[in-house]
Design a protein around this ligand. Structure first.
Ligand code: G3I
Length: 356
């Protein structure tokens, strides 16, 4: 009897030990998961795996820092490198917040994407509350690009030079201060100025809603093709991939869009992926499983495309996602939950990255 109990006891200890090791291996952020982390698996597949980062949680949320350093090898400042934060007054620049993000990235051997030089949002009052001549606004924009890109010269792998310049519901440029005052050539000028300020950085056009062939992506494709024919230094297109489980992106249509951009000689990156669940059907768990499928499908499309070189999310964890703030509804759009714990989408990405 005693002998049987001893064998059972030893077996029990082994089972507990196996469970403990499995738990350690599954928790992101633990030092035991480095070779199984998403960043390590992505590196093995030759792609960057990144996310958008805020300076606030980076400073005051240790779980945020741990998960970020463990699971991602690329960061995009969510807001800190935009026009308003970096150029708050006409003759004053402020790189304090963005430099904090750069320092963290350097410490953790992460690449940095610059975001974004020319956009219709995040513009300071001094710029929008005054009317400018075409020459004045061109001079302001050229100086902005020279100063900001110059400040980070050699430290960034890519810049979102122009963001969301195409109108949503028509094949035309979005009505912005840049288009109204400078004209459509603001786009070409922005890329040429950025290239002059940092010839090493990969220069991207970044937009949402143009992930699949058809619709808005036809306008993006046409504009980029024309610019390339004019010799404008554009190296890639960023597909933001702000999607939902209600209307998930069609993998074949996304793949076809990435392929035709490749035929133009362009790199593609998934730059801001998140997957809304609040407008989906089913239980919370069913919606998280549907979300995991969307992440897995898009990662599969990127891995199968020779010109898809990076896959970035728009936020580290649900707690810091822009979506609940903007849509005023609770949601869980990312791959880590409010507490920084992995969700089904995390495991789905791990599974597809491990597959050969
Ligand atoms: O930091 C200030 C805070 O001090 C102040 O109290 C508060 C009052 O509203 O505003 C805070 O700034 C906000 C900032 O996010 C940081 O939270 C801005 O108002 C708010 O407009 C800003 O929203 C950002 C938005 O871009 C506009 O810049 C979102 O966080 C950011 O996720 C979102 O990201 C964009 C990409 O850049 C481009 N693609 C679409 C994507 C989602 O809209």
């Amino acid at each position: 009897m005693l002998r049987r109990f001893t064998i059972m006891g030893k077996f029990g200890v082994l089972v507990l030990l196996a469970l403990a090791v499995t738990l350690m291996l599954s928790l992101p952020g633990s030092t035991y998961t480095s070779k199984y982390s998403l960043r390590a698996l992505a590196q093995k597949r030759g792609i960057g795996f990144g996310t958008a980062v805020w300076v606030e949680p980076l400073s005051n949320d240790s779980r945020y820092r741990t998960v970020l350093a463990q699971e991602f090898n690329m960061v995009t400042p969510e807001n800190e490198m935009k026009f308003e934060p970096t150029h708050p007054e006409r003759d004053r620049y402020d790189f304090t917040a963005a430099d904090t993000l750069i320092d963290f990235a350097k410490t953790h051997n992460m690449q940095v994407r610059g975001h974004t030089l020319v956009w219709h949002e995040s513009l300071p009052d001094w710029l929008t509350e005054q009317t400018w001549t075409r020459e004045e606004l061109m001079s302001i924009l050229e100086q902005h690009i020279n100063t900001v890109v110059g400040h980070y010269r050699g430290q960034l792998v890519a810049w979102d030079v122009v963001n969301e310049a195409i109108a949503n519901n028509k094949n035309a440029l979005r009505d912005t201060i840049w288009l109204r005052t400078i004209g459509p050539e603001y786009i070409e000028k922005a890329f040429r100025w950025a290239y002059a300020a940092d010839p090493q950085a990969r220069l991207f056009y970044n937009d949402y809603g143009g992930e699949e062939v058809g619709g808005k992506s036809e306008a993006i494709y046409g504009m980029i093709k024309d610019l390339l024919q004019q010799g404008v230094p554009i190296h890639g297109v960023g597909l933001q991939m702000h999607v939902s489980i209600k209307n998930p992106p069609n993998p074949e249509k996304v793949a076809a869009n990435i392929k035709r951009l490749n035929d133009l000689g362009l790199e593609v990156q998934i730059t801001e992926m998140d997957v809304k669940t609040w407008d989906g059907r089913g239980t919370k768990q069913q919606r998280l499983v549907a979300q995991a499928r969307v992440y897995r499908n898009m990662m599969q499309v990127c891995l199968e495309a020779e010109n898809c070189k990076a896959f970035s999310l728009w936020g580290v964890s649900d707690r810091y996602s822009w979506i609940p703030r903007i849509f005023k509804k609770p949601d869980a759009p990312l791959i880590f939950d409010d507490a920084g714990r992995p969700k089904p989408a995390y495991n789905a990405l791990k599974e597809v990255l491990k597959r050969r």
